[in-house]
Design a protein around this ligand. Sequence first.
Ligand SMILES: C[S@@+](CC[C@H](N)C(=O)[O-])C[C@H]1O[C@@H](n2cnc3c(N)ncnc32)[C@H](O)[C@@H]1O
Length: 376
Amino acid sequence: MDSFPMPDTRRSAPVFHGVADGVPVTLSFADFMAAALYDPDHGYYADPDRQQTGRGGDFITSVSVGACFGGLLGREIARRWREDFGAADRFAIVEQGAHDGRLARDILEAIAGTPLARIVRYFIVEPAERRRRWLRESFDGNPPPIGDRARIVASPDEIREPAGVFLCNELLDAFPVHRVRFREGQWREIRVEVTAPGRFREVEAPIGAATSLLRETGELGHGFPEGYETELCLGVAPWALSVAPIFERGCWWIVDYGYEKEEYYRPDRRRGTLRCFRRHTAGEDPLEAVGETDLTAHVDFSRLRRAAESAGLVFEGLTEQHRFLTRAAGPWLLELERDGTARQPENAKRLRQFHTLTHPDLLGQAFKVAEFSRRA
Ligand SMILES: C[S@@+](CC[C@H](N)C(=O)[O-])C[C@H]1O[C@@H](n2cnc3c(N)ncnc32)[C@H](O)[C@@H]1O
C-alpha cells in the first residue's frame, strides 16, 4: 500500500515495456489502469508539464474552473477553525491529489491576511517523485503565506497533526479499479492481455477463489442482466486507513462524482462508470491511446463510508456540491450585496465561476462532498 496507486512494476511493467519472448501476459484491469495512469515514465499523469485539467487539457475540474472553488473552501476552513476548533494554535490543511498545486494556492490566497494564515501548515501528499519535485519547485519562491506554508510529502504516514482539515478533489475517481462482468449467472473478471508493447486485448477470466474480488462480487448478488459490467475499487479501504490517523481531531472532505451503492450498481447501468477522457471527449475503449488518455470511474460513496467508518472516522453526511458551496459562500455573497461590488470585474468573474460550480446541470449536482470527522 505504501506506493498506492503507483504501479507495482513487477506486475504492470509489460504495459509499456512489452512481453518477454512474445508470450502474452494478462493483468487485472486495476494493474493495467495503475500503469496507464501512473507509470513513472509513460503514465498519463507522469509528466508534470503536460496539462490534463482545464480548457487546454482533457477534462474540467472544479479547481480548473478558477479561484472561486479554493476561495470558498478557504473561507469555510477558516470559519471551522474559529468556530469548531477554537482557533487552535496548531492547525493543518492536508490535500491529496493536488496535481499542479492550484487548489493549495487558491486556498492559501483566500486565507492570506487572516489569523489562520499565521499558523496554518498546508501539506500536499504526492506519491510520484517527479511530481513532488516539480511541486516543491513551483511553491518555492512564492511570497507568504504560499511559499512558506506548503510542505510536499510522499505519503499520509508522514503527517500526524493534532487538528486540521483533509481534503481531496477528484482523487478517488482516479484510483485503479477492477472490472467484472455478469455472464451466465456468474461474475467473471475482465482482465487485460498484453500481446506486444502497446497491443492489448480484453479477456474474461473466472474470479480467483478466496480473493477479495470473489467476496465483493458475492456481496453484489446475482440480480443482473446478462453482460452487465461494473467496477470495484479495492483501493478505497487501504487508502481510508492511511488518511484517518492524520489528525487527532479533524474534518475530512472528499469531493468527487459518484453514487451510493444502490444507484451505482443499478441493473440498468449495464456498462458501468469507467470513462476515458481525451481533449474533452469521452471515449469508450480504455485500451486505446494508453498513457495519453485519462481513465476514471465514479466513486461508490457507500464503499467510501464503510471504509472511513472502519478506519475510525464518523460520517457527517453526503452533500451535493451546490449545497456545500452555497453554504460556504453565504458570507461572501452578503458582503458583495452589502458593498454593492458584485459587478466589479474580479467579483463578476468569481460569480460566473460560482455559477459553474453550483448549477445542477454543470458541476453542482454531479459532484458531492462526503464529510467525515473525528472529535477528540
Ligand atoms: C483527476 S486529477 C484531479 C486533480 C485536481 N485535484 C483537480 O481537481 O484539478 C487526479 C489527481 O490525483 C492524483 N492521484 C492519484 N492517486 C493519488 C494518490 N494516492 N496520492 C496523491 N495523488 C494521487 C493524480 O496524480 C492526479 O493528479
